[in-house]
Design a protein around this ligand. Structure first.
Ligand code: GTP
Length: 581
């Protein structure tokens, strides 16, 4: 295929508006899969279980002498990084809107992502078979918000397949061919990559210039390494080997990349014969910043090494997570991981267990806070590496309050779409609980939202410490806005009471602010009672003596265990359950 016969397009939509269903229909129409198969592009177990798309997937389709490369994208706001990544490859998108729900927050966000990149947008109204479909009002929305005329909109039912073939023709007619040069040395960009247990890193690339085949020598720009290509192919949607990938094409490449960092998304691969200095690199893919951080530890400390490998490999497949080593007295060696949101975190945890068979403890997530240190050279030098502003990712790094001028917390700009009658409820919630997750549930799925980072704002932060019999257990400490401390203190103390078994002595659990020992909330766990009175009342007959001896030896063992562990015994599950969201 020459570039003029190629179209690279994506499908973007609000969650549940039918992307995966439409992708299935397009695959069937082009003969890539037999009819009736569902969710062909949702390959991950977690995607099928939750019915959401997490990873962008691709499929090479043939239609009327054209090669149409479909790049499927996730709809959930936590995975918008995946959307921008696939947009870097697309020259056009199908903007899918469900006829029964109309334009939603994610539709607007996706529209602007594509619009800013100058990508051709084809509006598609889906689910027109539903009784609740209101095509006219969706067309009005598309006209008012994005200036699409009703003639431009394609009306389909992805479920029944109605009008889906019109989409294929619209792609050929409206989406421009890729800007690619056939007659040039090979140059391409990695837009996605994953780790195959048998073959190492597999890079999904778009060929911008020249062509590539097995045996060619290539070089990477950022990592600056040279490889020999061992296989190239396309996704249909399964991997299918081919002899050559040409300019404008999307496909995969295997070349003995052994470490996970070599196939980083955004990397430029080029012919080893080209001069590195003359290579134009790709800047389309911006690094995304995590918004939520959480500690990740193996359940068994002996699993650390294997978990490390799993985390590294999963990160290759999901470059939007950030990983830094971490350690905890109670949980051993682990990592502090940055995620794009809480759903992203849950999916990461689920993928670790499903794809790598790892059992992990994911701690309570928290955002990144910052502190402006007082303008005092000696304090800054002595305690903060001379820095005026520090990042606080976990409570153990919380600075002494007397060193701090002000604390900062991250802000997000949230775009919400709510039916009028729900406005009161949503407004109330927003001002009350500083959180946006609950809104979706309360309004029974009618509301939608989208967010983007929006700088930092001063706030009063405190560190909430948990003391168990007067000793701080740092794993349970948290940083939070002062106004929320009292409620959180109560919850934590209650949860700990539920999790810590009675000991042979009294256990006092306190939640305090900073290094103060004044409790915001406090609870006492009474000691176990050992009542041998019945036995000692002289009723030694019928094996009584034997039972007494047994009890006494049990008690002794218990004592040894207590001594061995020093003070209070806390079961491992407590860390899981107390810290879990
Ligand atoms: P994410 O991958 O999570 O972003 O969702 P998605 O946009 O891929 O949605 P998906 O294709 O999974 O469809 C969501 C639901 O809508 C499924 O239950 C589909 O069967 C249903 N659906 C999709 N298209 C149609 C349609 O044209 N008509 C009707 N009635 N239902 C549809």
């Amino acid at each position: 295929f020459t570039p003029d016969k190629i179209r690279n397009f994506g499908i973007v939509a609000h969650v549940d508006h039918g992307k995966s269903t439409l992708a299935d229909r397009l695959l069937e129409l082009c003969g890539a899969v037999p009819p009736g198969q569902k969710q062909m592009l949702d390959k991950l177990q977690v995607e099928r279980e939750r019915g959401i798309t997490v990873k962008a997937q691709t499929a090479a389709l043939r239609h009327n002498g054209f090669l149409l490369n479909l790049i499927d994208t996730p709809g959930h706001v936590d995975f918008s990084a995946e959307v921008s990544r696939s947009l870097a490859v697309c020259d056009g998108i199908l903007l899918l809107v469900a006829a029964n729900q109309g334009v939603q927050a994610q539709t607007i966000a996706n529209f602007w992502l594509a619009f800013e990149k100058n990508i051709q947008i084809v509006p598609v109204i889906n689910k027109i078979d539903l009784p609740g479909a209101d095509i006219k009002s969706v067309e009005t929305q598309l006209k008012t918000l994005f200036e699409f005329n009703s003639e431009e909109c394609i009306h389909i039912s992805a479920k029944s397949g109605l009008n889906v073939e019109k989409i294929l023709n619209a792609i050929i007619e409206r989406v421009p061919p890729p800007t690619a040069i056939a007659d040039a040395p090979f140059r391409s960009m990695i837009f996605d990559s994953y780790f195959d247990h048998f073959r190492g890193a597999i890079a999904h690339i778009i060929v911008k210039e020249g062509s590539i085949k097995k045996g060619d020598k290539i070089r990477s720009y950022q990592n600056d390494k040279t490889y020999e290509v061992s296989e190239v192919g396309v996704m249909r949607p399964e991997m299918v080997k081919c002899t050559e990938l040409n300019a404008g094409q999307v496909g995969y490449l295997v070349c003995n990349m052994r470490t996970v960092k070599e196939a980083v998304v955004g990397e430029t691969l080029f012919s080893a014969e080209s001069d590195r200095e003359s290579i134009k690199t790709f800047s389309e893919i911006k690094g995304v910043k995590p918004t939520v951080y959480a500690g990740l530890f193996p359940v068994e400390t002996t699993d650390y090494e294997s978990l490390k490998q799993a985390v590294e490999r999963l990160c290759l497949n999901d470059p939007s997570v950030t990983v830094t080593p971490d350690s905890s007295k109670a949980l051993g060696l682990g990592w502090r991981i940055g995620f794009l949101g809480v759903l992203h975190m849950e999916v990461f945890g689920a993928r670790l267990s499903q794809e790598y068979d790892a059992s992990v403890i994911l701690c309570q997530p928290s955002v990144e806070y910052r502190a402006k240190i007082k303008d005092n050279e000696s304090i800054r030098k002595k305690r903060y590496d001379g820095m005026g502003e520090i990042r606080i990712l976990d409570p153990s790094k919380f600075p002494d309050e007397s060193d701090v001028d002000s604390f900062l917390e991250p802000m997000v700009k949230v775009r919400m779409i709510v039916p009028n009658e729900m406005m009161g409820t949503v407004n109330g919630l927003c001002s009350e609980c500083r959180g946006e997750r609950a809104t979706k549930k309360l309004t029974s799925g009618y509301a939608s939202f989208d967010y983007e980072p929006d700088g930092w704002q001063e706030t009063r932060l405190v560190k909430l410490s948990i003391l168990i019999n007067s000793k701080e257990v740092s794993e349970f400490s948290q940083i939070l806005p002062a106004a929320m401390a009292r409620d959180r203190a109560k919850t934590l103390v209650q949860r700990l009471k539920r999790e810590i078994p009675r000991q042979q002595f009294e256990v006092t659990i306190k939640a305090c602010i900073g290094s103060s020992t004044k409790a915001l909330s406090q609870i006492v766990i009474q000691p176990m009672k050992r009542d041998f009175s019945q036995l000692l009342k002289g009723n030694f007959g019928g094996g009584g003596m034997e039972r007494l001896n047994k009890k006494l030896s049990h008690q002794k063992k218990g004592k040894e265990r207590m001594k061995m562990l020093g003070n209070v015994q806390i079961p491992k599950e407590a860390f899981l359950n107390v810290l879990k969201n």
